[in-house]
Design a protein around this ligand. Structure first.
Ligand SMILES: Cc1cc2nc3c(=O)[nH]c(=O)nc-3n(C[C@H](O)[C@H](O)[C@H](O)COP(=O)(O)OP(=O)(O)OC[C@H]3O[C@@H](n4cnc5c(N)ncnc54)[C@H](O)[C@@H]3O)c2cc1C
Length: 405
């Protein structure tokens, strides 16, 4: 049985950030990371462009081998952890090996979710979470002419652009009445839809997919209203579910995700959690900035109890489609009263901007077609700048937002 003071499960951004944090706080510590996947940490956000053939596998790797060596981070690839015994403070690998820890970090991420749709287990049906998924999609796309993407969120649209880039005819289906329901409002989504359609991507909103058509392989999907949409590939992009299997079996408190306190500690004092599998304050973030912040806090507390506190992350999402500049931050669709919003819409120019205020302070923004304002607005939002009194002219192109910093 091997032993290490700090052991990490999962080599995504959360696991690797935690390992790097431990290495920076106490150098000369061997830090093992166990990974189900067979690749060193790679950039998931680049996978949609990988589909379009813009990158090769090794381009996705974030760090060279020397980066790990320097920090004594030992990544065990293709080494899934099968169970945790919190009483003896050991983990067991699927290979049968056991490892003893003083403090354990769970950073297992999430799995792509497929909504309740019939006939999803035939060839040609995919989800996009891992590099292996992307390789499988890329290979299949070579013999396909068209694809249906179920889900008009960020990832669905990025995948749509990626597959369109390979020459496929692409249809995006969204169950909500508009694209990017979490990041946009109706007006903004209308502007975005036009931009997406300009690539030749067909957009169908307010539609529920009921089953995948095809016997030996996918041929398309059938909607609840009976309409059939053709596509030899069907890619589900309907969100993720935290991977809580290990944590549940170990008896940790699990709600939708593994429940963490402000120290990113689970219900077991020796086990911490970070990233897409963590639920903090009833929230699962599912974004990289949150995974990084949580991992840093978890690592600090694994070394020195209660030395760091996680206070939540202000969500900021950028659509990574080269032709479109879209960033949505903070509260964009307030559901309670007491908010004020300024908007500027220029559909012909592909521009839609919105600033959301509460008690005069900036709490959210949508910036579509305005890359220049992203940096200053991000900073103004971070400090909840009290700028509502300046009025809608804040959104005019000649207003110098930087002068407010
Ligand atoms: C295509 C795509 C594009 C995205 N784009 C963006 C973006 O632009 N911006 C953004 O903020 N976020 C983006 N995201 C989301 C972002 O990738 C996630 O928030 C982030 O990866 C979460 O990191 P994580 O370390 O928690 O989990 P993961 O990255 O999922 O890593 C967890 C790892 O743990 C491994 N694991 C699971 N169980 C075990 C086990 N039992 N034993 C060993 N290993 C295990 C998994 O195989 C996986 O390798 C994107 C996601 C995808 C799929």
């Amino acid at each position: 049985m091997s032993k290490a003071p700090f052991v990490i499960v999962g080599n995504g951004i959360a696991g690797v950030t935690a390992a790097a944090t431990v290495a920076s706080l106490i150098p000369d510590t061997r830090i093992p990371i166990y990974s189900s996947e067979n690749y060193p940490y790679y950039r998931r956000p680049w996978l949609p462009d990988f589909l379009a053939g813009k990158y090769e596998v090794t381009d996705l790797y974030a760090y060279p081998e020397s980066w790990y060596q320097k920090r004594q981070i030992q990544v065990h690839l293709d080494a899934p952890v099968a169970s945790i015994d919190s009483a003896s403070k050991t983990i067991s690998l699927a290979s049968g090996e056991t490892v003893r820890y003083d403090k354990l970090l769970l950073a297992c991420g999430g799995n792509a979710w497929i909504p309740p749709v019939q006939n999803t287990d035939i060839p040609g049906v995919f989800t996009l979470r891992t590099l292996d998924d992307a390789l499988a999609i890329r290979a299949y796309a070579q013999k396909a002419k068209s694809a249906v993407i179920v889900g008009g969120g960020l990832l669905g649209l990025e995948a749509a652009r990626g597959l369109r880039g390979t020459g496929l005819g692409v249809t995006v289906i969204e169950v909500f009445p508009r694209l990017l329901p979490r990041q946009l409002d109706e007006e903004g989504a209308a502007v975005l839809t036009r931009l997406i359609e300009d690539f030749g991507v067909k957009v169908v909103t307010g539609a529920t997919v009921e089953n995948v058509i095809g016997e030996d392989a996918a041929e398309g999907v059938e909607l609840k209203n009976g309409q059939r949409l053709h596509g030899e590939m069907v890619l589900f992009s309907a969100g993720i579910r935290p991977d809580t299997t290990l944590a549940k079996a170990a008896g940790l408190t699990v709600n939708r995700g593994v429940v963490a306190d402000a120290h990113m500690q689970t219900s077991d004092a020796n086990i911490f959690v970070a990233g897409d599998m963590a639920e903090f304050d009833r929230r699962i973030y599912g974004i990289i900035p949150a995974a990084i912040e949580q991992a840093r806090v978890a690592a600090a507390n694994m070394i020195s109890p209660n030395s760091a506190t996680y206070e939540g992350t202000t969500p900021s999402n950028t659509l990574k489609v080269v032709e479109i500049d879209l960033t949505a931050m903070g509260i964009v669709n307030p559901e309670e009263p007491g908010y004020v919003a300024y908007r500027k819409s220029e559909p012909d120019k592909g521009v839609y901007k919105k600033l959301v205020f509460k008690d005069g302070a900036l709490v959210g923004a949508i910036l579509l077609g305005d890359r220049e304002s992203v940096r200053p607005v991000t900073r103004l939002l971070a400090r909840n700048a009290e700028i509502a009194s300046l009025g809608p002219r804040l959104l005019e192109p000649d207003f110098d937002l930087k002068s407010l910093l």
